[in-house]
Design a protein around this ligand. Structure first.
Ligand SMILES: NC(=O)C1=CN([C@@H]2O[C@H](COP(=O)(O)OP(=O)(O)OC[C@H]3O[C@@H](n4cnc5c(N)ncnc54)[C@H](O)[C@@H]3O)[C@@H](O)[C@H]2O)C=CC1
Ligand SMILES: O=C(O)C(=O)Cc1ccc(O)cc1
Length: 746
């Protein structure tokens, strides 16, 4: 074949291939994997060049490339893309060979582990980095080498870093993004210097440590036995010491400054650990190990989110309740969820080690725990419901290594945001699912009132970045709003050095007031004015009272079910809970409260039995105090004799009113006569029919609907109960223990 013939052949090969002719120089593990991925997808005609001819022959016979090639004009001038995939120090000589034949329309890139050295090599060869040479680096690999280790899936769901230069050709840069995306990578852009520093820490240092550890141990007196008895940890830690020595020698010769900087930092930390061992300083070791564990767990979760192929499937769950249950027995409920969040928050900000018992550690509470761990707080789980929290003081949190993810937990967000606004570091909070679309105007305004800088991409929605605030006197008016917003306001007040003032409704703060006093913080209420002397919380030893929602549900269920004899041992009977119990008593419920003190909280034993209920009128002034239990109040009305009226619902924040309107739909569906107009609701008591209803994922609504089915004519099925089971993990066992016919159905 003469020269012209071969050129025509090469030009015709690119037809129908989106990336045309692609040449890989250095057909080893990475180059081979890239070629194989493009070839399998039919995206390019693949050529390979390697100084080892055997690799090229293997490349053709194993179908990794289409044709062997050489670095001559005949090939180079007909390539659309050239990828350098040799060890980094070989790239300069390859560039020298390519340079005379390279067309400026050819995209030239590389996959080297260091970028500064490759850019320097290009400058040396070309005088300046040509616009068509754009370096890149896949963050995917293995301890193997050679074309036989090629794996077409290697780059799937891994990152590829591109490091464009100011003069890089924009069209070719776009092409480079397309190339890496085509082999399954998530492409990110970075400058060369930053790349080399980040990779020095995340990749180069670990390889250095693995090689050095194996070498040191292999040359020790007891090396035979060291390797013989090596456990899984040794294997995990040293896997990468099986990597290619030429490649890694080149990396350390090419990224000297950045690897030395990270090595020095690490050596200092290692010396600190040595001192801790020498001085038997268990606390220091424990601190390092706990922080490292939580940082790694956090990092693995991020990785898992990025690499999980499909979003986790949420299977719809329904629950059913059969009429004619009677509820008998004694229960001690697991700790109140909202108090658990708040107690953990205060314990993290306290001086000293707090012990928290009967903590609810399910669902959203774990989000709050993880966030504090990510900011350096040591939180030990001493039992399934007990924590030992090593408080760091009000301003002692450490900057997290990644944004704090509050997942779908609005409570975690409310508690964390004012605390983070009071720290000296900038931080970003991200969330997931429905939380991303919820405007957080009231909460963000609260942080602004602390002098915090709130930055969001979408008005008052997550994600949010906070810059350190200039603390100022907090002065707030919260005459309505959720419990979580009131708790957030009290936390904000802790960061107000000259004292703070909050105007709030007493029901918003009474439960937190009790908790704050456990940590030595004095919250005083004078009419609607709440004041708090800012101080660092003191360590506390607390047993949390039972969950308020579960208590409300079980209490009403026992009241409505003939034959019931229920005792709830650890019910919270502070100001917050008593309006509900008093209300039920006022309409005829048989509830006896025996008060007691439980490590800082007013708790009580509730003895509840069946009693017929009479209709009632609830004035607008009383509705706010019962806002969290209103769904249960409506169910009580559905079973009471006569017409009950609840006034002033439209004065409540919209989400309370929405919840009640959803319940009204269910009541109507069950044949209960309801009328709603101008914020006033009337409900005529009767016998609900039963049937199928949907709680729209609201777990309080789910509990109210299950209660509604207790004496209905037919079985009641409540759909969309996943959140309920997440929040109330013991629901099934509590129901079974009390003889309740309440179960999960598919
Ligand atoms: N191994 C890994 O996990 C990763 C490696 N990288 C980078 O990818 C590049 C390649 O690494 P691997 O594929 O792992 O190595 P490898 O050893 O499997 O392949 C390198 C190939 O380059 C060839 N070669 C060496 N000098 C040459 C020259 N002057 N001309 C032509 N061919 C030459 C070798 O014969 C060999 O086939 C390196 O720059 C490395 O830093 C990037 C990400 C991950
Ligand atoms: O095998 C492993 O775990 C790696 O770390 C692979 C690796 C090696 C070098 C790189 O530049 C990028 C990735």
């Amino acid at each position: 074949m003469n020269r012209n013939d071969s050129e025509n052949v090469l030009d015709s090969q690119r037809e129908g291939k989106p990336f045309g002719n692609v040449l890989i120089v250095g057909l080893g593990m990475i180059g081979g994997s890239f070629a194989k991925a493009l070839k399998e997808k039919g995206l390019a005609t693949l050529y390979g060049a390697d100084r080892r001819e055997g690799e090229l022959a293997l490349g053709v016979s194993t179908g990794v490339i289409d044709y062997p090639a050489a670095l001559t004009a005949e090939y180079i001038a007909h390539m659309d893309v050239i990828v350098l995939a040799t060890p980094v120090r070989a790239m300069e000589s390859v560039l020298l060979e390519i340079q005379p034949h390279l067309k400026d329309t050819t995209l030239l890139t590389d996959v080297g582990s260091t970028k500064g050295s490759v850019v320097s090599a290009a400058k040396k060869v070309f005088g300046e980095v040509p616009a068509n040479f754009i370096p890149s680096h896949p963050i995917a690999g293995a301890e193997k080498s050679g074309v036989l280790a090629a794996n077409s899936q290697l780059f799937e769901k891994h990152m590829a870093i591109v490091t464009p230069l100011v003069d890089s050709n924009p069209a070719l840069l776009d092409r480079l993004h397309q190339l890496w995306s085509a082999v399954g990578s998530d492409v990110v852009s970075m400058d060369v210097e930053h790349h080399d520093h980040v990779l020095a820490s995340s990749s180069h240092l670990p390889h250095l440590l693995a090689y050095t550890l194996v070498d040191a141990l292999a040359n020790s007196d007891r090396s035979q036995d060291v390797f013989k008895f090596a456990a899984g940890g040794f294997r995990d830690f040293t896997r990468i010491a099986s990597s290619d020595p030429v490649m890694w020698r080149d990396v350390f010769l090419s990224n000297k400054e950045a690897t030395l900087a990270t090595l020095d930092h690490f050596t200092e930390r290692l010396a600190v650990m040595r001192t801790a061992i020498e001085q038997s300083d268990g606390a220091s070791m424990f601190g390092v190990f706990t922080r490292a564990k939580s940082a790694r767990d956090h990092f693995l979760r991020l990785l898992e989110q990025r690499t999980s192929a499909v979003p986790k499937e949420v299977r719809p769950v329904s629950m059913s309740v059969a009429p004619a249950s009677s509820i008998k027995g004694l229960v001690s409920l697991s700790g109140d969820k909202s108090l658990s969040h708040k107690a953990i928050t205060l314990a993290c900000l306290a001086h000293g080690v707090s012990h928290l018992r009967n903590v609810d550690l399910t669902g959203d509470v774990r989000v709050t725990v993880q966030a504090f761990r990510d900011m350096g707080v040591v939180i030990e789980e001493v039992a399934a419901d007990q924590l030992r929290v090593h408080g760091v003081g009000l301003k002692g949190l450490k900057a997290p290594i990644a944004p704090i993810n509050v997942h779908q937990s609005s409570v975690s967000l409310h508690l964390l945001l004012p605390v983070l606004a009071g720290q000296d570091f900038p931080v970003t909070l991200v969330g997931e699912g429905a939380l991303l679309n919820q405007p957080m105007e009231a909460l963000f305004n609260l942080v602004r009132s602390m002098g915090g800088h709130v930055m969001t991409a979408t008005a008052d929605c997550l994600p949010v970045s906070l810059a350190p605030s200039t603390s100022q006197r907090v002065s707030l008016v919260l005459n309505s709003g959720s419990k979580r917003l009131h708790a957030a306001a009290l936390l904000a007040m802790l960061y107000s050095p000259e004292g703070a003032e909050l105007q709030a409704c007493k029901y918003g703060v009474s439960q937190v007031k009790a908790l704050f006093s456990c940590f030595g913080l004095d919250v005083s209420l004078n009419g609607s004015v709440v004041s708090l002397v800012p101080a660092t919380p003191q360590r506390a030893d607390i047993e949390l009272p039972g969950d308020v929602n579960q208590t409300a549900w079980l209490t009403l269920s026992a009241v409505l079910s003939p034959g019931s004899r229920l005792a709830i041992e650890n019910a919270f009977v502070g100001d917050m809970a008593s309006p509900y119990v008093s209300f039920l008593q006022s309409i005829g419920a048989n509830i006896r409260v025996t008060e007691q003190q439980l490590a800082g909280f007013e708790v009580g034993k509730l003895d509840v039995s069946f009693a017929p209920l009479s209709c009632f009128e609830l004035a607008a002034a009383d509705v706010y105090g019962l806002r969290n239990e209103l769904a249960f109040v409506c169910v009580a009305a559905a079973y009471a004799s006569g017409v009950s009226v609840i006034r002033g619902l439209s004065d409540l924040p919209y989400y309370y009113e929405d919840r009640i309107l959803s319940l009204v739909d269910a009541l109507t569906h069950f044949g209960i006569v309801c009328e709603y107009s101008s914020g006033n609701l009337s409900i005529t008591g009767g016998v609900p029919l039963g049937g199928e209803v949907d709680c729209a994922g609201d777990y309080r609504l789910a509990l109210a609907m299950l209660t509604l089915g207790l004496r209905s004519r037919e079985v009641t099925k409540v759909n969309d109960c996943q959140k309920l089971l997440e929040e109330f993990t013991e629901l099934g066992s509590v129901a079974a223990q009390l003889g309740f016919h309440c179960a999960v159905v598919q």
